[in-house]
Design a binder for this molecule. Structure first.
Ligand code: EPZ
Length: 419
């Protein structure tokens, strides 16, 4: 097992290169299953979730090769449309392969990906939508036997909640279905638009992505293409927040199109000066940050749930009281214990967390509980006096490529050690 060891209290001063978006790469890898010919995904992050998705593709018969940050997928000859339970449960978002496999082969067997640290993570919206498109889905304990005897057909679908994954699954099922699919209350996250952009380049007919209603006219086939994955907006916020929490000056490179307009104002209101060029974002932090008054997590374009733990870490050292309301996931305050261990003053009641800024944090031995919660502990460790250890960093490796290398490049004293 590995852990991160951080000697904190040093203002960051330097450049950090932003990797491609995990939450775009994963649905794009599933989408490649739909295409004949070769798909080449550039700017693909080297993450454990991406490697898990590649294992699923290989299992179905795709040729999937990754060289540095470029993945090539050949999906001409699929040989298997069953994804074993072990592969499905390696990551929660594996369910997005259901729509693609059904769309391409008309029948597949997958397993419930299971819950995760954030809560039960149901897939009822996914299954309800696919059934409306003609899929017959029978559950045998954890296994889902899915067929579309007459092929998938377009439908009018209203999502009860703008689920990102369910929106992606409908898009992947609809692009080769017969007729038009109209998806109401669709998720509007930037990663949805990245997926739609790729599918259009492959020949799909999609309109309205990024809005609440997406219209998809099914076509007979799709041809793979070259696509550059958008930058990771949550990793970008994480690295800028490292500059903010340490009172530093950082430059985030490769941030073009990172779509951070709904999170950067939070750092500006806290007193950070942020300047943007075409490709980079500069942040200069004050000595002492101002607290955020109230932050409610909402579907895009609201304040993203993935940013909650990151900004909470920053606010533990800000002047004043910040109130967080987590409205998306049931169990997304698991990082609070680790922050409190480091001296933060946080009180959680149900979906609300009240953070009272303290003058300083002190290093502690902590453990990551989930992806963004683990990143929050690293941020706090960068600012804390003394040494912080963060164990269970496999959570962090799911969504951040070599986080310790990136932060070290901006002057952080952080290293990965075997524990
Ligand atoms: C995606 O998860 C992201 N993951 C999450 O990022 C992100 O937090 C989430 O969207 C919200 O923005 C990927 O893109 C791989 P949802 P997803 O379906 O699609 C409930 C990270 O840190 N729900 O929008 O699983 C669900 O329980 C990860 O990078 C149902 O009830 O999120 C949750 O409470 C964490 N039934 C809420 O909706 C369903 O059928 C949002 O889920 C589906 C979802």
């Amino acid at each position: 097992m590995q852990k991160l060891v951080i000697n904190g209290g040093i203002p960051l001063d330097g450049e950090m290169l932003l990797h491609g978006a995990k939450n775009s790469a994963l649905p794009l890898l599933a989408a490649a299953l739909l295409c004949r010919g070769e798909t080449v995904l550039e700017n693909c992050p080297r993450l454990t979730d991406v490697f898990a998705a590649c294992r699923i593709l290989t299992h179905t018969g795709c040729r999937c090769t990754m060289k540095r940050h470029t993945i090539s997928i050949q999906a001409d000859a699929l040989t298997c449309s069953e994804i074993p339970e072990a592969l499905m449960q390696e990551m929660r978002s594996s369910i997005v392969f259901l729509g693609a496999l059904l769309g391409r082969t008309g029948a597949c067997q997958v397993y419930y990906p299971g819950g995760c640290e954030l809560g039960p993570r149901p897939i009822d919206l996914h299954l309800e939508a696919l059934r409306r498109m003609g899929a017959q889905i029978v559950r045998h304990e954890g296994r889902l036997d899915c067929t579309a005897p007459k092929g998938l057909h377009g439908s009018i679908i209203h999502l009860k909640f703008p689920s990102v994954g369910a929106t992606e699954n409908v898009m992947l099922a609809a692009v080769l279905a017969k007729g038009e699919t109209v998806l109401h209350n669709a998720a509007r996250e930037p990663e949805i638009c990245d997926l739609a952009a790729y599918l259009r380049k492959c020949g799909a007919r999609i309109r309205g992505d990024g809005e609440s209603t997406i219209r998809i006219e099914g076509v007979s086939s799709l041809m793979g293409c070259v696509h550059r994955i958008m930058p990771d907006r949550i990793a970008g916020l994480t690295y800028l927040s490292a500059g903010a929490i340490t009172g530093g000056t950082v430059k985030l490179c490769g941030a073009a199109g990172a779509q951070m307009d709904n999170v950067l104002p939070v750092l500006e209101q806290a007193g950070c000066r942020i300047d943007r060029t075409k490709n980079d974002i500069y942040l200069h932090a004050p000595r002492r940050l101002r607290a955020a008054v109230r932050l409610r997590t909402m579907p895009h374009p609201g304040f993203p749930t993935d940013a909650q733990a990151i900004i909470m870490a920053v606010m533990t050292l800000a002047d004043g009281v910040s109130v967080f309301e987590e409205n998306i996931f049931e169990n997304r305050y698991r990082h609070v214990d680790g922050l409190v261990q480091m001296g933060a003053e946080i009180c959680v009641s149900g979906r609300t967390a009240v953070v009272s800024g303290v003058p300083a944090l002190c290093g502690a031995h902590t453990a990551a509980t989930d992806l963004r919660g683990g990143a929050a502990l690293v941020l706090a460790g960068l600012a804390a006096e003394g040494t912080t250890e963060v164990r269970q960093i496999h959570h962090i490796d799911r969504g951040y490529e070599e986080m310790e290398q990136v932060l070290s490049g901006a002057g952080a004293r952080i290293r990965r050690v075997l524990q």
